[in-house]
Write a protein that binds this ligand. Sequence first.
Ligand SMILES: *Cc1c(COP(=O)(O)O)cnc(C)c1O
Length: 453
Amino acid sequence: MKYKSTRGDVNGLGFSDALLMGLASDNGLLIPEEIPDVSNALAEYRTLDFIGLAQALMPLFIDDIDRATLDRLVSESYATFAHDEVIGWRQLDNIAVMELFHGPTLAFKDIALQLLGKLFQHVLSERGERLNILGATSGDTGSAAIAGVRGQDNVDIFILFPEGRISPLQELQMTTVPDANVHCIGVQGSFDDCQRLMKTVFSDAAYKAKYSLGAVNSVNWARILAQIVYYAYASLRYPDGARFSVPTGNFGNVFAAYIAQRMGFPIRQLLVATNDNDILARFFATGTYARGDVHQTLSPAMDIQVASNFERFLYYHFDEDSARLRRFMEEFAQHGEASVGSPPAPSLLNAMAIGRHETLAAMDSVQAKYGYTLDPHTAVGYAAAQKGGLEDAVVVATAHPAKFPDAVSEATGEQPTHPTLEALVNQPTRKDDLAADLDAVKAYVALRATTQG
Ligand SMILES: *Cc1c(COP(=O)(O)O)cnc(C)c1O
């Protein structure tokens, strides 16, 4: 399988090169040249467990790592999960909750980032290269990315997070990691500022090459790839087609479901559930993608206005027309707004915005009725599934509730805990603070990045 950019100027990359490139060098996003069709293999896939299915799907997209090595990297990645089946499943009447938070940092991002860490380590050691990872986090990516690469000798990792806008526990999950290859940076600004700084650093090709920069944000194709597996796995329980409600920020998680559907897995509906940061809900209602103000909500990992993976969806929406996509993205960059004309026909994808009150009410009623605790992100997905009347919905549970104890206790009066998080309190921490300033970030990384000999 080869990879190409949504913007049309990068083609024919092997998987390992796509992994290391992160954001495409023409500022587009990398995608496979073709989407494999698995419709004839569904019966066989139905017999596999989660790890077996991951091992069956990876080679369709990765042909420059041998099969035995790939199998090993996949099984090592999921050995760190606390759940036998990697993902958990909880039926609440006709709504199923697919728990993706049994990894080391208790958020769904572990599923992709544990694998990404192993893939980086393998490819870099084969090539005798080093990488400096630069990432921006709205809370969960940072710790999950750090957990994927901490202690590796061929990687340094730099994580930008919006100071004071992620939960104290999320901050501790990053800043208590003692490994010398980990660098946590609190930025005076919003997550969008962090993401914009990261993207601007990456767009400086000379700087990117000089410091061997790599990406772990969901701009990295390998993350989408790993996330396809759980949609595939869950969909096979619904021969007539699964309906997923996906709490959405950067559109990475729901985009993986979209690819799984295009591969031929039985998926009927994808509900893009947003919080008050509703740019995607407005897009699916009106066809206009218009930047709004960033609101702080109970679900901070979704406090995003500009969804970096949306470009991948638009590319397919525009029938793979890179020129049209490029015009759209340029118009959006210039005016903060761009339109596709009429709204996309609401067949596969729909969107719904859920406010603060509805989020709290969902957490409260699920706790009261089932004795089950939703985290505030999952609650947005649950509330959207109910409000949208999604039959037999699968709600994608993206974080363990103990990561967001304040929101949970506001809703239910109970304070959820988890031993992994309790162990962090009173540990020594390390971080540096920076202004939301491009030169400051570049200087910081330049000073600490380890470069090739
Ligand atoms: C990252 C994250 C999301 C949003 O996922 P995207 O891929 O950005 O849409 C939702 N919930 C939690 C808990 C997250 O960490």
